[in-house]
Design a protein around this ligand. Structure first.
Ligand code: 13P
Ligand code: SF4
Length: 312
C-alpha cells in the first residue's frame, strides 16, 4: 500500500493503465480526486462521458446513482465506485415501490413521468424520460402537450422548471438535504457583505434562495457563468466541492461560498465519502462494483437514452 499521497497518486495512475480504466468525477468531489480524474463535470456531462468511453473499467467518483447511470449505458463494462454507501437524499426520497404504487393509484391520469437523474435505476425504469439540472428545461419543453407531467423526485428543481417553461407539473415532494440548508437569511447576509457580488445558485435550492440569485444553473453551467461574467465577486450557492473546479477554471474571480445559517459553506456527506485511498482500493480490487438486474437495467436505459438524444 502506498504511504505518501505522491505514491498514492502514482499508483492510481499505474492501476488505471493496467485496468484500462477511466476515472470520472463529479464537480463536488474533493480537489485531490478532481485533479486525478480524466473528466470532471456535472451529471449530464458525466452521463455522456460514460456513454462514449471505450475503457474497460469506469471508476466513478460521485454518488451511487451516477455510477448506476454509467452502468445502465454500459452493461458489459465494469463500473466501480470508491464507496458504495455514497447515496443521495433525493434518491432516498423516492423509493421505486412508492412511485410504482402512486402511478397505479393514479393510472387514470396517464402521467408522462420525468425523473431527475438523482434517483435509483428502479425509479428510472418507471419513467418516460430522465433529465438533469443541465437539460431539465429542454426536456420538459419536449414533453407531449396532451399529457399531464409528474416530475420526480426534486420539488425545488421542479418548481424552477415550471417557472422557466410555463408548464404545470405535479411534483414529488423530495429535496436535496444540502441545498435546502441555504436560506433567504444566510444568502441575504452574505450579499450585504459583498454588495457588488453576483449570486449563482443551483436549482435544487428553495424558491426563496433562487429569487436572490442572478443565475440559476447546473454545476457545469456555473463554470461558464463564472468564466464569462466581467464581475469579480461571485457568491456560489451550492456544495463546497464546486469551488475547487471554479477556482481552477476562473482563477481571476473571487469566489465566495454560499453560507448556511450555521456554516460558512456546505458539504454533501455522500459526495465526501469518496477519498483518494478508496479510489486506489477500488481500482486495485475492482470492488465495489455496480451490479444491476438486467430487466431493470433495460427498462432504465430507454428513458436515459431518450434524454441523451433529446438534449443534444
Ligand atoms: P449537477 O448535475 O448540476 O452537477 O447536479 C448534481 C447534484 O447532485 C446536485 O446536487
Ligand atoms: Fe444528492 Fe444533494 Fe448530495 Fe447532490 S448534493 S448528491 S442532490 S444529497
Amino acid at each position: 500500500m502506498p504511504t505518501t499521497s505522491l505514491d498514492l497518486r502514482a499508483d492510481i495512475l499505474r492501476l488505471k493503465k493496467e485496468r484500462n480504466a477511466i476515472i470520472l468525477a463529479h464537480n463536488y468531489q474533493t480537489g485531490d480526486i478532481q485533479d486525478i480524474a480524466d473528466y470532471v463535470g456535472d451529471s449530464l456531462g458525466l452521463a455522456y462521458q460514460a456513454q462514449e468511453t471505450d475503457a474497460d473499467v469506469i471508476a466513478f467518483c460521485g454518488v451511487h446513482f451516477m455510477a448506476e447511470t454509467a452502468k445502465i449505458v454500459n452493461p458489459n463494462k465494469t463500473v466501480i465506485l470508491p464507496d458504495k454507501d455514497a447515496g443521495c437524499s433525493l434518491e432516498e426520497s423516492c423509493p421505486a415501490d412508492e412511485l410504482e404504487k402512486y402511478l397505479k393509484e393514479n393510472a387514470d391520469k396517464n402521467y408522462y413521468v420525468i425523473a431527475y437523474i438523482n434517483c435509483s435505476a428502479g425509479v428510472k425504469a418507471l419513467c418516460d424520460v430522465i433529465c438533469t439540472s443541465g437539460n431539465a428545461v429542454k426536456i420538459v419543453n419536449k414533453a407531449p402537450a396532451d399529457r399531464p407531467i409528474l416530475f420526480v423526485p426534486d420539488a425545488n428543481l421542479g418548481a424552477w422548471v415550471m417557472e422557466q417553461t410555463g408548464r404545470k407539473m405535479d411534483l414529488w415532494k423530495g429535496a436535496c438535504y444540502v441545498h435546502v440548508e441555504f436560506t433567504r437569511n444566510s444568502i441575504s447576509k452574505i450579499k450585504e457583505e459583498y454588495p457588488d457580488a453576483l449570486v449563482v445558485a443551483h436549482p435544487e435550492c428553495t424558491t426563496a434562495v433562487r429569487l436572490l440569485a442572478d443565475e440559476v444553473c447546473s454545476t457545469e453551467k456555473m463554470v461558464d457563468f463564472c468564466k464569462n461574467t466581467p464581475v469579480k465577486n461571485i457568491i456560489v450557492v451550492t456544495e463546497s466541492g464546486m469551488l475547487h473546479r471554479l477556482q481552477k477554471e476562473a482563477p481571476d474571480k473571487n469566489l465566495i461560498p454560499g453560507p448556511t445559517d450555521h456554516c460558512a459553506c456546505n458539504d454533501c456527506k455522500f459526495m465526501k465519502m469518496n477519498t483518494l485511498q478508496k479510489l486506489h482500493a477500488c481500482l486495485d480490487t475492482l470492488e465495489p462494483q455496480v451490479i444491476l438486474p438486467e430487466d431493470v437495467r433495460q427498462r432504465a436505459e430507454a428513458p436515459l437514452l431518450r434524454m441523451l438524444e433529446q438534449s443534444k
